[in-house]
Design a protein around this ligand. Structure first.
Ligand code: WTA
Length: 657
């Protein structure tokens, strides 16, 4: 029985009937032999196949060093540079004039960087970073919107061995400051602002606010995105990106050889506590896994144009906009805008214009398109598409089918990819040229991945039964640890199901899932206090603590309300102190406090005031019940409630919102 916040919860999976991969796709697929599953089962050395997709400065001595589990070291003894792998080697293999990045800007502008041009830009910025004093192992924070300078800055950091910590541009000043402090980061790359739905947003003022509270001197580089449209002032220690780079025109910086398990980057993500966790990814294992999964799951070839519509500020963008596709030498599309601006066919117009081969997006986007109707994809010739992907949330059979029919025209496999910031790359999905797809189910674990669904005692559950999704064997893309906190890494992910005495190490994902008779995994959602909203991973505790910071708030419970049409949204249930009326002004203060602490991505769909929250006799807030109410679901068992009379009132108030 899966527990959430101490309560029992049973959920059933509802995967659709199997759809075989389209024959035309299989004919040309990178992987077509089902035997690959068995090979990886028997020979963990198979991971060598991932390692051969990258170029090593020094060959590794072994595939894995597992002397100190769960702190595995992948490809020990090996040395490499990620920027070299994404750039230099493609100049030599005939791809120097091949497009590396196709950038589509918000205002309809577009820019292309060939591999040669990207190489030049990265080298010049690497030289600029060095001139500011950045050295190997210094953490550089990057707080940029979806503009070419974002991947350029990442690769420049990688080139000089300085780990980057990219903070999603939509996060608040407070969130940026927390992450810079946690990573001891003394360097920041940001922009004056960015456009969203035609509106200009001031990014620099957020960065400046963050810098006020960061407890050290920070050198800041500011990209001028707005030009003369919106002038900005540079303070002491702040440099204009283009002026700085102009001082290093034509300079090259030799790529630093990094040990395979040296940190390539840090990515902060929401965890079960209010504190974001700094997930550390390595240079060798991560890069090899990014390239391997891009090749096997997304079927990428160097000549492909590939588009992942996620934001680079999250792990999906790191692995499948930047490192995976560029390591393979493909063309990666970077889109700054939103799907419905200036028109609801914007994405399909970009697919047609760039003849995109592989497209990867989130279920929320697909659901939005489903609501808008098939006429938008129908306006465009999408026949260049060969494969479609989905990530971030469960995709229900209906949107899956819509995607398959109206975007893929029945000719493209859909890979529903399950993975996490911590796994570095995809771990559960159908290999598109091998396995039939089951709409609603992510699929079997990839070759070499040992995913199992277990009960509270760590025993595997029967097919169809819900349980906890766990991984029982290490894989190259796995996180190395949490920044500066091995103990928390152990506690968060490994303690629950491992048996160190028996030398059994089990990674706990925090997700609930079930497995069917064919080994296909259906994800049921998080079992911890994390919710996924439109591909953003949010901590309910972090949102609650922002609400509790508002004067006059007595109690708050935040849950994810899910409905098939809109996906998951944030619902806040709040009670005020007796002398504070729950009025519109309080509601606005709540929203603004959340936006200050986290950012507008966490703004609640509804703030529901209630005189009391539903509580068990022991005084625990029954979040599961609130989740059902927010989702408009039938309510589960309420017999454990101390105050059942409140339920009807909360339901009515939620409906009114
Ligand atoms: C959820 C994003 C269902 C899951 C790559 C996971 C999914 C969390 C899927 C990680 C999927 C991701 N089906 N749920 N195909 N993919 N998730 O760290 O709850 O931002 O634990 O990584 O997203 O979110 P994160």
């Amino acid at each position: 029985m899966v527990q959430r916040s101490g309560e029992n919860r049973t959920v059933q999976s509802s995967a659709g009937s199997p759809t075989p991969p389209p024959a035309e796709f299989v004919e040309q697929a990178n992987v077509t032999d089902e035997g690959i599953y068995e090979e990886f089962e028997e020979r963990p050395e198979c991971w060598e196949r991932a390692a051969t997709l990258v170029e090593w400065d020094r060959e590794y001595d072994a595939i894995i060093d597992d002397d100190d589990p769960p702190f595995y070291r992948w490809f020990p003894g090996g040395q490499l540079n990620a920027s070299y792998n994404c750039l230099d080697r493609h100049l030599e293999d005939g791809r120097k004039n091949h497009a590396a990045i196709w950038w589509e800007g918000k205002q309809g502008e577009s820019e292309t960087y060939t591999y040669r041009e990207l190489y030049v830009a990265v080298n010049e910025f690497a030289a600029a970073l060095q001139s500011l004093g950045v050295e190997e192992d210094d953490v550089v924070t990057i707080y940029l919107p979806m503009i070419p300078e974002l991947p350029i800055a990442m690769l420049a950091c990688a080139r000089i061995g300085a780990p980057h910590s990219v903070v999603f541009a939509g996060l608040s000043a407070d969130a940026l400051a927390t992450r810079m402090d946690a990573a001891d980061s003394e360097y920041l790359v940001t922009a004056d602002g960015y456009y969203r739905r035609g509106n200009a947003f001031n990014q620099k003022s957020k960065a400046d606010n963050a810098l006020i509270s960061v407890g050290r001197d920070v050198s800041t580089v500011v990209v001028d995105r707005f030009g003369d449209d919106l002038p900005h002032v540079l303070n002491e220690g702040q440099y204009d990106y283009h002026d700085l780079v102009a001082g290093h025109t034509g300079e090259t910086v030799p790529p630093v050889s990094r040990d395979a398990d040296d940190m390539l980057f840090l990515m902060y993500t929401s965890g079960t506590t209010g504190e974001p966790k700094g997930v550390v990814h390595t240079t060798g294992g991560y890069l090899a896994y990014a390239a391997w999964t891009a090749r096997t799951v997304f079927d990428l070839e160097p000549e492909d144009t590939y588009w992942c519509s996620a934001d680079i500020g999250w792990i999906t963008g790191h692995t499948y906009i930047v490192y995976g596709p560029l390591a393979l030498g493909s063309t990666t599309v970077i889109y700054e805008g939103t799907p419905d601006y200036p028109e609801r066919d914007r994405l399909w117009e970009i697919v047609e214009r760039n003849a995109v081969d592989v497209f990867y997006t989130a279920p929320t986007t697909i659901q939005a398109f489903m609501k808008w109707g098939p006429e938008y994809p129908e306006r465009h010739d999408l026949s260049s598409l060969r494969l479609l992907g989905s990530v971030g949330e469960p995709i229900s059979p209906r949107p899956w089918q819509w995607y398959y029919d109206h975007v893929g025209d029945g000719a493209c496999p859909v890979v529903d990819t399950w993975w996490q910031t911590e796994t570095g790359g995809v771990t559960v999905t159908t290999l598109p040229g091998v396995k039939p797809m089951k709409p609603g189910s992510a699929g079997p674990p990839l070759p070499g991945i040992d995913a199992r669904v277990v009960d509270d005692d760590g025993e595997e559950v029967d097919p169809g039964q819900p349980g906890y999704l766990t991984l029982h064997r290490p894989w190259p893309g796995m996180a190395k640890t949490l920044y500066d906190d091995d103990e928390k890494y152990l506690a968060e992910y490994w303690q629950r199901f491992s048996d160190p005495e028996a030398d059994e190490w089990v990674y706990f994902s925090g997700d609930a899932a079930s497995v069917d008779e064919d080994g296909y995994v259906t994800i049921l959602g998080r079992v911890d206090d994390v919710i996924n909203v439109a591909g953003h991973r949010l901590s309910t505790m972090e949102i609650e603590s922002a609400i509790l910071g508002v004067e006059g708030i007595a109690e708050a419970a935040v849950v994810g309300g899910t409905d098939p049409a809109n996906g998951t949204e944030v619902y806040a249930y709040v009670s005020t102190e007796n002398d504070h009326a729950p009025d519109q002004a309080v509601r606005e203060r709540i929203t603004s406090s959340i936006e200050t602490a986290i950012g507008p991505i966490a703004t609640p769909e509804a703030v529901v005031f209630t005189p009391d929250l539903p509580k068990t006799r022991s005084g625990k807030i029954m979040r599961r019940l609130l989740e059902d109410i927010a989702s408009g679901d039938e309510l589960g068992d309420t017999s454990a409630l101390r105050n059942p009379e409140i339920v009807g009132e909360i339901q009515a108030a939620t409906r009114d919102e």
